[in-house]
Design a binder for this molecule. Structure first.
Ligand code: ISL
Length: 558
C-alpha cells in the first residue's frame, strides 16, 4: 500500500470555517484577500546613487511589483532619523529622511502605487523615538520641562545604579543615566531609542496625530512596531530570572530573564483599541498589522481584541520560528487556526528584516514549497522582499557590520537578511549604479538568482510566486475559502483542501522532503500550478506522485 493523502475520511474542519462564514456574509476587505510585500527601503532600489535605497527607487520598481501581482506594500521606516537603528529611531514622524527622499517623493510613490492598484502600508513605531527627537530633547532638558513625563524617567535604585534589572533587547541595562538631570531613562532597545510613556495622555494624543498625518495623506494602514512594549509594569518590578534560558532564541543577557514586567502589561490592549477606533473612523478599511512575537497561540490571538476591536492582523510569526518539517508545520497551522477568535482573519509570515533569510533557514530546495504554503494557507500572507527570488543570507565581513545589534552580539546581526535586492546581472545587481558601493554587499549567487534571470526561466521561484499570485486572484477558494486539513499523509507531506461555494475544490499538496511520495487523492485531479511548471494543466488521476520538494495545487474533480 502506498502512503496516501486520504480525502475519503471525514475531513476535520477546524474553526477557520467559522472565520470564513463570518466574512462571506459580506465582501471580504482588501486586506483579507490581498497579499502584502514588505519593502526594506534601504535595500530595495537606489535611485540617487548613494548606495542606499530610497523612495524614488521604490517608485521606479512599482511596475515590477504590479507584474508580480502583490496587492500592497509595507515600507519599513523612512522617516527622519539619525539611523542608529536604521529608521526605527524616529526623529520626526511627519517627514521623510533626506536619505530616502522628501515628502513629495512619498506622495508620488503613494499616487503611483494607487494608480497600479497597489496599497501602501507604512511603519508606526510607538514604543520609542530617537534621542534626537524634539520631544526627547525637551524631556531631557530639565526635570521641570512640561515634556519630562513623555518619556520614562526614574531615580537610581536604593543602592545606586539602575532603578531595576530590566535589560535592553540589544544588550546591557535598559536604563541610561542622564548626568544633567540626575535620573535614568528607559530604553527597551538602543540607548538612542528612549521609550515613550504611553500612560501620559499627551503622548497618546501626539501619537494619534502622527497616525492622522499619514491617514490624511492617504496611506492604507500601518505596521505597528513592537506592539507589546507600549505598556510596562506600573510598579517597575524586577523581572524574575529565567530558569530555562536555552528555550529563548535570543542570545545574550535577554534570555536570562522572564520578561513579565518590562513589556506586555494588559493596559496595552486599551492603547490598541484607541488606535483601532481611529483607523476605523477613516473610510477605505485602513488596516493595522502588529509586530509581536509570542510563543503562546492564545496570547498572540488576544491582540485581535475581545470584540475584534484591536489589531486587524497581529503578525503571526509562528512558522518563522518553527522547525521545517511536515509534522511541525501541520501542528503550527492547526494551532494558529484553532486559536483564532471567531471572525478573526489569519495571516502568515515567513520572513522579514529581523530574521535570517527563508531560503537559508529551510534550504534552497524547499523555498518553492514554502512560498506555495505562504500563498495558499487561509488568511493574509506577507512576502519579504527578495524571498520571491530565494535570496539567501548575505555574508558580511565583521568590519562591514551595520546592524547595531550585530555590533553588540554578532550572532544576532540582521545584516544578512537586509542585503540589496537583486534586479539583474549588471554591476551591483541593478540595485545602485556601477562604481557605487551598496550599503551592504550583495548576497552570494546573485548573478544566477536575480529578477531578470528568473523572469526568463519558467521554472524559477519568481515565476512560481507570480503564478501563485495569479491563481489567488482567479480562485476564491484560495483567497477566502474554507480550509480543511488532511490528516493522513505520508510523513513528509503536508496537504489541505480549500473550498468556496460555487467553485471547484482545491487540493494543496506540499512535499517537505527530498524523496518522491505517492499521494492518493480519492478524486482525480488537474494540476493548476506546480513548482515544476511542466506539470501545470496535467490530469493526474486519483493517485499520483509528488516529486521531491514539489509543491502542487490541483483542482479536484467534483
Ligand atoms: O528580531 C527579533 C527576534 O529575533 C525581535 O525580537 C525584534 O527585535 C523585536 O521584535 C523588535 O523589532 C522591531 O523593533 C526594533 C527594530 O530594531 C526591528 O527592526 C523592528 O522590527 C526596535 O525598533
Amino acid at each position: 500500500m502506498p502512503p496516501s493523502v486520504s480525502l475519503q475520511r471525514p475531513p476535520h474542519v477546524i474553526n477557520i470555517r467559522r472565520v470564513v462564514c463570518a466574512v462571506m456574509e459580506q465582501r471580504p476587505h482588501w486586506w483579507q484577500t490581498g497579499v502584502i510585500y514588505q519593502v526594506y527601503p534601504r535595500s530595495f532600489a537606489d535611485a540617487n546613487g548613494d548606495g542606499v535605497g530610497d523612495l524614488p527607487g521604490i517608485c521606479g520598481r512599482l511596475d515590477y511589483l504590479a507584474w508580480l501581482g502583490v496587492d500592497a506594500i509595507w515600507i519599513s521606516p523612512f522617516y527622519r532619523s539619525p539611523m542608529a537603528d536604521f529608521g526605527y529611531d524616529v526623529a520626526d514622524h511627519t517627514d521623510v529622511d533626506p536619505l530616502f527622499g522628501a515628502l513629495a517623493d512619498f506622495d508620488t510613490l503613494l499616487a503611483e502605487a494607487h494608480r497600479r492598484g497597489i496599497r501602501v502600508i507604512v511603519d508606526f513605531v510607538p514604543n520609542h523615538t530617537s534621542d534626537q527627537h524634539p520631544w526627547f530633547v525637551a524631556s531631557r532638558s530639565s526635570r521641570d520641562d512640561p515634556g519630562r513625563d513623555w518619556y520614562v524617567w526614574r531615580d537610581a535604585g536604593p543602592v545606586g545604579g539602575p532603578p531595576n534589572n530590566w535589560i535592553s533587547m540589544f544588550g546591557g541595562s535598559a536604563w541610561q543615566w542622564d548626568t544633567r538631570t540626575g535620573q535614568y531613562y528607559l530604553h527597551s532597545f538602543l540607548k538612542q531609542q528612549p521609550d515613550l510613556n504611553w500612560r501620559n495622555p499627551q503622548v497618546r494624543a501626539a501619537m494619534h496625530d502622527v497616525l492622522r498625518f499619514w491617514l490624511n495623506r492617504g496611506v492604507d494602514g500601518f505596521r505597528i512596531d513592537t506592539v507589546q512594549f507600549v505598556a510596562k509594569d506600573p510598579d517597575f518590578r524586577d523581572n524574575p530570572p529565567n530558569p530555562d534560558p536555552e528555550r529563548l532564541a535570543h542570545l545574550g543577557e535577554w534570555r536570562h530573564q522572564l520578561h513579565v514586567y518590562d513589556h506586555g502589561h494588559p493596559d496595552m490592549h486599551a492603547i490598541y483599541r484607541d488606535i483601532r477606533r481611529l483607523l476605523d473612523s477613516y473610510p477605505g478599511h485602513r488596516v493595522s498589522i502588529g509586530e509581536l512575537h509570542h510563543p503562546d497561540f492564545e496570547v498572540w490571538a488576544g491582540f485581535y481584541g475581545e470584540e475584534l476591536d484591536e489589531i486587524h492582523l497581529p503578525f503571526n510569526f509562528h512558522l518563522i520560528h518553527a522547525r521545517w518539517d511536515a509534522a511541525t508545520v501541520r501542528e503550527i497551522v492547526a494551532g494558529v487556526i484553532g486559536a483564532l477568535p471567531p471572525g478573526a482573519w489569519a495571516n502568515w509570515v515567513l520572513g522579514n528584516h529581523d530574521q535570517p533569510r527563508l531560503a537559508s533557514r529551510i534550504g534552497r530546495a524547499q523555498a518553492p514549497v514554502a512560498m506555495t504554503l505562504l500563498l495558499t494557507l487561509p488568511g493574509e500572507p506577507t512576502i519579504y522582499y527578495g524571498d520571491e527570488l530565494g535570496i539567501e543570507n548575505g555574508i558580511i565581513a565583521p568590519d562591514r557590520t551595520q546592524d547595531p545589534w550585530g555590533l553588540v552580539e554578532p550572532a544576532q546581526s540582521r545584516d544578512p537578511e537586509r542585503t540589496p535586492m537583486e534586479w539583474d546581472g549588471s554591476a551591483n545587481a541593478g540595485f545602485c549604479p556601477p562604481g557605487v558601493e551598496p550599503w551592504l554587499p550583495l548576497a552570494p549567487r546573485w548573478q544566477e538568482r536575480n529578477v531578470a534571470t528568473q523572469q526568463a526561466d519558467p521554472g524559477s521561484l519568481l515565476n512560481l510566486t507570480r503564478r501563485l499570485l495569479t491563481l489567488r486572484r482567479q480562485h476564491p477558494a484560495l483567497a477566502f475559502g474554507s480550509y480543511i486539513p488532511i490528516d493522513s499523509t505520508p510523513r513528509d507531506v503536508f496537504a489541505f483542501q480549500r473550498q468556496a461555494d460555487g467553485a471547484a475544490d482545491l487540493l494543496v499538496a506540499l512535499n517537505l522532503g527530498a524523496a518522491r511520495e505517492m499521494v492518493s487523492a480519492g478524486r482525480s485531479v488537474r494540476v493548476l500550478v506546480s513548482s515544476d511548471p511542466r506539470r501545470d494543466d496535467s490530469e493526474l488521476g486519483e493517485t499520483f506522485d509528488l516529486q521531491p520538494n514539489e509543491a502542487l495545487i490541483a483542482e479536484l474533480s467534483p
